[in-house]
Ligand binder design. Structure first.
Ligand SMILES: Cc1cc2nc3c(=O)[nH]c(=O)nc-3n(C[C@H](O)[C@H](O)[C@H](O)COP(=O)(O)OP(=O)(O)OC[C@H]3O[C@@H](n4cnc5c(N)ncnc54)[C@H](O)[C@@H]3O)c2cc1C
Ligand code: FES
Length: 553
């Protein structure tokens, strides 16, 4: 007889019944939205804490690889376990009720911070989990919306959300609708979104740049840095003295935090980056955040990188017009079967997850050291992803050195293999940020081996040509036929078992999981990852690059 056990999920108190089936299958059969991905004990997405009760491990086929995800003593993988009796489980960092993308908020207050800047304070009906530096979209009546940064740390402000809004000439929201809002009025907010967020790094110095209300995106990052008591300097550009509308707070913070300095920079006196560079920061170890005009961000990035700042330590958000009429052409609708997404799917969320994944990859690559084992590199990558705010990895992190670069991801690797001074390395990340799946991977060359360098060049050429072919309207299957020919024409072999896949709000595994290479329609943007793995026809040398298909990569 299939005895049924009652499984309780803390802290929601929700229960479901499970018998001989795997706990993951039982939860899905009850319609519970549960994190999972690989179903083979490798990614850790389905990890839970066992608060009470007994379980047994799934019996594996003799030739099946053992689950490899490392677990603490009180942890268990739902995809690898059966209940032996009633149980109580906790899923860290996960809510069964996936948070709504749109929340209602009540306006609390509004006041002028300067002749053209308004502070708007609202209280959402459910507390929002916001990372310092993120923004929300204020929805307007006709489905249009406007982006505004959350200028405070809501968790430390009883959940209140503070916006600092510049009135733009002819602005539908800032000049017309905002004026009519009164305390008690309701607003619809979508989000939070954005990857220009506090990266929770070590004690390295922080340099902040803002122009105008770009300060709204920078202030929560400043508050986070002040809490860590790191050395932090703010350069705030404005056209006139009234533009430095938070001067009182900043002057007080300078007294309270001796390691904090701020410099108002009037346009008539020069540009923010010029002033910062004249102050001689240690750019090679600094973290730089910039919010405001696109021109300022471009200039700051160029000059800081030239001064020695590593690219992945530059984090920025451009405050561009955010109404629908400014957004360019709308994407085509997703296919209802092959491109299903969850309730939180949004282009802003997908883009932010991509940005943060690219940054994480660069950070991990910068920490790879000659002599390190693959196992050590994987531990370092897990720590980096966690520090940057990844809640899960929807697929295991893959790091491969040397001969292992020709192996497909699921094949075991030598964890003791050491990175050599002349070597080729593949890193493939699948982190989840704010409920959105990121997926980014690339190949790195150590030393000057012509074959390694040629592999990396061919890899990016094949990827770029295939992506261009996608813009020409090819189906998923045609794309991989194209990539195969492109690889052969350059003297390499395309590993077709790495065949591209879906990406969405986590977990896309809840929906149909077709490979991109089997898709008979042209894939839509921001829903698929194009993966290219090249292998040398005779030598054990391979390279891998992947990115989400999107129009402006
Ligand atoms: C991620 C993100 C976060 C943002 N955070 C903030 C914030 O915290 N505070 C803030 O004040 N703004 C912020 N912005 C900018 C703000 O979203 C836009 O200025 C928005 O379009 C203003 O809406 P509106 O209805 O008042 O004007 P709209 O009706 O959208 O625009 C009216 C006219 O002004 C032009 N315009 C609008 N905004 C700009 C601009 N920034 N630069 C140049 N021309 C513009 C438009 O092209 C249009 O011609 C942010 C933008 C982004 C993308
Ligand atoms: S470890 Fe269970 S789904 Fe990946």
């Amino acid at each position: 007889m299939n005895t049924r056990h009652v499984i309780e999920l803390s802290p929601s108190g929700k229960t479901f019944e499970a018998g001989d089936e795997l706990l993951l299958d039982a939860m899905l059969a009850h319609g519970l939205s549960v994190p999972f991905s690989c179903r083979r004990g490798a990614c850790g997405s389905c990890k839970v804490v066992v608060a009470e009760g007994q379980y047994r491990a799934k019996q594996l086929a003799p030739d099946a690889p053992a689950p490899c995800y490392p677990l603490a003593a009180n942890e268990m993988l739902l995809c690898q376990s059966h209940a032996c009796g009633d149980m109580r489980l906790e899923i860290p960092g996960w809510s069964l009720d996936s948070p709504a993308l749109v929340v209602e908020a009540t306006m609390l207050s509004k006041r002028a911070l300067s002749p053209d800047i308004i502070e708007l304070v609202v209280m959402p009906d459910t507390p929002l989990a916001v990372r310092a530096g993120q923004y929300l979209k204020i929805q307007l009546v006709d489905g249009d919306s406007r982006c505004f940064s959350i200028a405070n740390l809501p968790a430390e402000d009883e959940g209140r959300l503070v916006f600092q809004i510049r009135q733009v000439s002819g602005g539908l929201f800032s000049e017309t609708l905002l004026g009519g809002l009164e305390a008690g009025d309701l607003l619809q907010l979508e989000g939070p979104f954005g990857a220009c967020t506090w990266q929770d790094h070590d004690d390295t110095p922080v340099v902040l740049f803002a122009t105008g209300t770009g300060y709204a995106g920078i202030k929560p990052i400043l508050l986070s840095a002040l809490k860590r008591d790191v050395e932090v300097t703010l350069y705030w550009g404005g056209a006139q003295p009234a533009d430095f509308y938070d001067r009182v707070f900043l002057d007080a913070a300078v007294i309270e935090h001796p390691r904090f300095h701020w410099h108002p920079v009037l346009a008539s006196q020069g540009r923010v980056e010029e002033v910062a560079l004249s102050h001689g920061h240690h750019w090679e170890v600094a973290h730089v955040y910039a919010c405001g005009s696109g021109a300022m961000i471009t200039q700051v990035r160029t000059e800081c990188l030239e001064a020695g700042l590593p690219g992945h330590r530059f984090v920025a958000e451009a405050f561009v017009p955010s109404g629908r009429s400014s957004a360019g052409t709308a994407s085509k609708p997703l296919h209802p079967v092959w491109e299903k997404v969850g309730p939180r799917y949004s282009l802003d969320g997908m883009l932010a997850a991509r940005d943060q994944s690219i940054r994480a990859l660069a950070a991990i690559a910068s920490r790879l050291q000659v002599g390190m084992t693959t196992g050590e590199a994987l531990d370092m990558a897990a720590e980096q992803l966690q520090a940057m705010g990844a809640s899960h990895t929807w697929h295991p992190t893959y790091i491969r050195f040397g001969d292992d670069t020709v192996r497909p991801p699921r094949e075991g690797i030598d964890r003791q293999r050491r990175l050599r001074a002349t070597d080729i390395v593949v890193v493939d990340l699948g982190p989840v940020w704010d409920g959105y799946e990121g997926d980014y991977g690339d190949t790195f060359v150590f030393g000057e081996s012509p074959l390694h360098l040629a592999c990396r060049t061919a890899l990016h050429e094949v990827f770029d040509a295939t992506r261009d072919a996608w813009l020409g309207g090819l189906t998923g299957r045609e794309l991989y036929d194209f990539a195969e020919q492109s690889a052969v024409s350059k003297g390499w072999r395309l590993a077709r078992n790495l065949a591209g896949h879906r990406l969405a709000d986590f977990p896309h595994a809840l929906f149909e999981c077709k490979d991109l290479a089997d898709l008979e329609i042209p894939p839509s943007e921001m829903a698929w990852v194009l993966e290219i793995q090249l292998c040398h026809p005779t030598e054990p040398v391979g390279g891998f690059f992947e990115d989400m298909l999107m129009l402006q990569a």
